[in-house]
Design a protein around this ligand. Structure first.
Ligand SMILES: [Zn+2]
Ligand SMILES: [Zn+2]
Length: 328
């Protein structure tokens, strides 16, 4: 197999040849068809998260074909098309696993962070954490759904069903999918981009944003909720200032720069500041079913696997519209 491997955070990934991995009990080996690039991959590569596995193959938005079954796998079959998301394993017995919040498991594994992921020609995954995919979807346009899509979905549910006027801060891979879901549900969406990024603002309007502007602009209507995808802590007080009494600000990223201090007035009147972490398998199944039903328009830019570093650079510099996808 071929893989793009991170040996040390802050250094480029290196292309390596490795023996094909052998799936252990309960695992499957997949041939990777496509793997999208997420901002979390950037945080892993740049060393902004607590140390994970090293060396590691990043990538957790994988679409692959089942190629080999480990002992005891009965739920998947050879040739089946599946998705592999960020959540790779949970313990199954901690209090969070027990009460339906496996996204908060005390002893989890994460694809492309604490176990090898999909910036590769092949990957091994636990069968129980693979998401079956309908065969008709093409791999490149399905891959971004597996994190950008379903983390966005979890954030949207956390924002609340009654959040009619919804702000999205940071208009990248996740927001461009989520706006379509939110519009489908009849919500009015306000898109906040880097100040002056008119290309991203035009992109947001083309996908149905009622308004698009810079993150330092005031929206034309008070927000019921805001979701922050941009990893910029200074957006938290801005978003709190834009939501109504009783409104909610949802931080959807795994990493954010420090939040500057702000007057209590911004939180007062029952405004809420919350985060969403990881995903449950239920989120994955629910979102994929929804996405299948509503024909999401998925904007992608494809790169050969060997150009993973270029894809990461383009994401880091903000020169991407939609999602980057690697093809082995
Ligand atoms: Zn657990
Ligand atoms: Zn991700």
């Amino acid at each position: 197999m071929r893989a793009m491997v991170l040996h040390q955070p802050g250094q480029p990934l290196r292309l390596e040849e490795r023996p094909d991995p052998v799936p252990g009990p309960g695992e499957v080996r997949l041939r990777v068809l496509a793997c999208a690039v997420c901002r979390t991959d950037l945080h892993v590569v740049d060393g902004e998260l607590p140390q994970g596995l090293l060396p590691v193959v990043p990538g957790h938005e994988i679409v692959g074909l089942v190629e080999a079954l480990g002992d005891g796998v009965t739920t998947l079959h050879i040739g089946q098309r599946v998705g592999v998301p960020w959540l790779a394993h949970t313990c199954g017995h901690c209090r969070h696993c027990g009460d339906g919040h496996e996204n908060l498991c005390d002893a989890p594994l994460f694809t492309g962070y604490t176990r090898d992921g999909g910036f590769a020609s092949h990957v091994v995954a636990e069968a129980a954490f693979c998401l079956p995919l309908a065969g008709s979807h093409d791999a490149v346009h399905t891959a971004p759904l597996l994190c950008a899509g379903l983390i966005g979905w979890r954030a949207l549910r956390t924002a609340g069903e009654d959040a009619e006027h919804l702000g999205l801060y940071g208009f990248g891979a996740a927001a461009h999918l989520l706006i379509q879901v939110a519009r489908h549900q009849g919500r009015t969406v306000y898109a906040f981009t880097k100040p002056g990024d008119e290309q991203a603002q035009a992109f947001a309007r083309s996908l149905g944003a009622a308004w698009a502007g810079g993150s330092d602009d005031n929206p034309p209507h008070e927000l019921d909720a805001a979701i922050l995808f941009a990893p910029d802590g200074s957006l938290v007080p801005r978003a709190l200032a834009a939501v109504r009494k009783g409104g909610r600000v949802v931080c959807a990223g795994i990493h954010m720069s420090d939040i500057p201090s702000f007057p209590y007035q911004l939180l007062w009147e029952e405004r809420q500041l919350v985060s969403v972490a990881n995903l449950t398998r239920r989120d994955g199944a629910d979102f994929l079913m929804l996405a299948t039903g509503m024909r999401l328009q998925v904007e992608t830019r494809t790169y050969p696997l060997e150009q993973a570093n270029q894809a990461l650079d383009d994401l880091r510099s903000g020169h991407l519209q939609g999602a980057a996808v690697l093809q082995p």
